[in-house]
Structure formats: structure tokens, C-alpha cells
Write a protein that binds this ligand. Structure first.
Ligand code: KG4
Ligand code: ZN
Length: 339
């Protein structure tokens, strides 16, 4: 199916985890980007899949209405409807993908299923400056940690990945051990600003190639906290800032060590960060400094495009639309990684 490429107006829906997002992009330019964050999970210390699906059901129509209104368009203006197809929570993906496919069918326009991880990478094409292909992207989110060689919008090669926990999980799970609410990553970032990152040290995992592992670190933090709390019951309260700074330093140093090796091995010196953890202030500054020291051209998404959002789905869909890369209505979402 070939479509008119002169006026491409896309609605995109993101519902892979616990945020319901809708965005409108017209000829590659963002016109609206709405996110409804689900707060219900905080009291459970993590995302409860069944509750996430129900919240998506409640949010999706008002969020889409708001996105259309802000962009000053109606459903009849749409050239296609895009959605996050996976990976993610199956129930959550089902809500967004069913809604998007039903809408595209009713409007008689194509639907475009977008890979959530590729969309995080493509967030760099929402605003200027944009990287050129090929570039290297460190994708760090709540569910994934990967070093990706990005050859084209639809051609990405994973050079290194975590064997267990993702960087976001390393933040969130250690935060939970310290009694902090979910998601703990932003709170560790906040307390770390007042702490000494060299107060405590944890040994680094030795992994093959450019791969990562954070499960040993997580266990080390657990035993470190346990033994210190046994000696001093107020240890957490007394040392919270220093522990957060040391945990953050460990995760950031681990991430950047392998990234540097991958950049050196490939010789590709345009380097980008993506995913929720790229909102971390130490990661952003250490990455920028590493870029300056090594003559890399570095790219960091704006804060609103780091964590889950529909704008990144929309921009990835725009590239797909230009290549007539549409998705059949009977294609189902996938929970696990696809590339
Ligand atoms: O990409 P994302 O919004 O969702 C997934 O696709 O997983 O990433 C969410 C993750 C969570 O683990 C959260 O704690 C982490 O990003 N995060 C941060 C910060 N902001 C979000 N981690 C550390 N520092 C931050 N400032
Ligand atoms: Zn994500």
C-alpha cells in the first residue's frame, strides 16, 4: 500500500508499561505529546500489570482527545495510527494496540506497530540536533540495558546487553532496599546530589564483550545494608545521601565503561543516550564529559523524551510511513524483545 507522502499526519499511542501516551506528528514535526502517569503503583513498590491495563483503559480516550485537541486536528485528518507493539506488559500493550488498530480500521487508514525500544532510540529525531546514521546508542530503561549500533530506523544491531537486571532495575531495586518508593531511580538521583560518591565502593562485574550484569551488585548492596544496619540501626538515615551517591556512581561507571569500549571498537563516534535512565543527572554529565574527552559527538534527549512517551513512537512511525512499512491489522503485540 503506497500513501500520499506530502502531508503525513500521524497519531501515536504508547501503552507498553504504566504510562498512557498519545502524540500527534505532522510531516515529522511534533504538534502534541500527552502522557498520563499512573500513580497507583507507588503503594505496591512496583508496576502491577493488571492495574496498569485497567488504568490504560480509563486513560486512553481522554489522552487521545487531548492530543488531537492540542494539535488542532480531528480524526479525519489522520494519515495513519501508530502504536507501541512491544516489548512490554501484554495487557497494557493490548489496550493501546487494540484501540489503535480499531481506530485505523474505522478511519480506513493504515496502522503502524512500532517497537518500543527502537522508538526510545528514535527519540533523537524529534528535535534538533539529530544524529546521522550510523550512530551508537546506549539504551538504558527500566526493562532494558543495551548498546546498539543504529544503522537505520529499522536496522539496529545490539552490541552488548545485560544478562540480568537492567540499569533502571538496579536503581529501583536498590532504592527499594533503602525503603524508597517506586520508581526509586529519580530519588537516588536527588539524594545523590548531596552525597559523596566515593563513600562506599562495590566491585564491578566482569562480563564478556560489551555485556552488563547488575545482579551481583544488587546482592552486594543488600548485604552491605544488612551488615551496617546490624551495627548501627540508624545507618540508613545517617548515610542515605552517601549510599545513593555511591550506588549511582557504580551504575553510571559500569554503563560508561562498556560504552567507551564499544565506541572504540566500532570507530563510530556519534554517540547517544536513550531511555528512562538517561534522565539521570550524573549519567548525563559523565556521558557529556566522556564525549568531550574522546572527541565524540554526543546526543542526549530532552527530559520529556527520556522516559516513556508517545512522541518517540510517532517519530519512529513517521520513518516507517515514508518507507510504506505498515502493519497488518491481525498482527498481535509481543511482550518480549524483538531485535
Ligand atoms: O524508559 P522508561 O520510562 O520505562 C521503561 O521502558 O522501562 O524507564 C523507566 C526507568 C525506571 O527504572 C526509573 O527509575 C528510571 O528509568 N529513571 C531514572 C531517573 N529517571 C527515571 N533512573 C535514575 N535517575 C533518574 N533521574
Ligand atoms: Zn521505555
Amino acid at each position: 500500500m503506497s500513501q500520499n507522502k506530502d502531508n503525513i499526519c500521524l497519531l501515536a499511542i504508547e501503552s507498553s508499561c504504566d504510562d498512557t501516551g498519545a502524540a500527534v506528528i505532522i510531516n515529522g514535526k511534533m504538534h502534541s505529546n500527552v502522557v498520563a502517569t499512573q500513580h497507583i503503583h507507588q503503594k505496591y513498590g512496583g508496576v502491577v500489570p493488571e492495574l496498569a491495563s485497567r488504568e490504560h483503559l480509563q486513560n486512553i480516550i481522554p489522552v487521545v482527545d487531548e492530543a488531537l485537541k492540542l494539535a488542532n486536528i480531528t480524526l479525519q485528518d489522520l494519515s495513519a495510527v501508530a502504536y507501541a507493539q512491544g516489548p512490554g506488559l501484554m495487557g497494557s500493550l493490548m489496550v493501546g494496540s487494540s484501540y489503535a488498530r480499531a481506530l485505523s480500521s474505522a478511519l480506513n487508514v493504515p496502522s503502524i506497530g512500532v517497537d518500543h525500544l527502537k522508538a526510545h532510540v528514535m527519540a533523537h529525531f524529534i528535535d534538533d540536533p539529530k544524529p546521522q546514521f550510523p550512530f551508537i546508542c546506549l539504551l538504558v530503561s527500566g526493562g532494558h540495558t543495551q548498546i546498539i549500533l543504529v544503522k537505520a530506523y529499522d536496522n539496529m544491531e545490539v552490541l552488548g546487553k545485560t544478562h540480568d537486571d537492567a540499569a533502571g532495575e538496579a536503581f529501583d531495586k536498590t532504592a527499594k532496599m533503602m525503603g524508597l518508593p517506586y520508581p526509586g531511580g529519580p530519588l537516588i538521583d536527588k539524594y545523590a546530589q548531596l552525597g559523596n560518591p566515593e563513600a562506599f565502593t562495590f566491585s564491578y562485574a566482569k562480563m564478556p564483550g560489551f555485556d552488563y550484569s547488575f545482579s551481583g551488585f544488587k546482592t552486594a548492596v543488600l548485604y552491605f545494608l544488612k551488615s551496617n544496619i546490624e551495627k548501627e540501626p540508624n545507618f540508613l538515615a545517617l548515610e542515605m545521601n552517601n549510599i545513593c551517591a555511591s550506588v549511582q556512581r557504580h551504575i553510571v561507571t559500569s554503563l560508561l565503561k562498556n560504552l567507551k569500549k564499544a565506541v572504540q571498537a566500532t570507530g563510530v563516534n556519534q554517540v547517544a543516550l536513550a531511555g528512562g535512565v538517561s534522565a539521570n543527572s550524573e549519567l548525563r554529565s559523565a556521558f557529556t564529559n566522556m564525549g568531550l574527552q574522546n572527541q565524540w559527538e554526543t546526543f542526549i534527549p530532552a527530559f520529556e523524551y527520556c522516559t516513556d512517551n508517545a512522541a518517540m513512537i510517532a517519530v519512529a512511525a513517521h520513518f516507517a510511513f515514508l518507507s510504506n512499512n505498515f502493519t497488518q491489522l491481525d498482527e498481535v503485540p509481543y511482550a518480549r524483545h524483538s531485535f
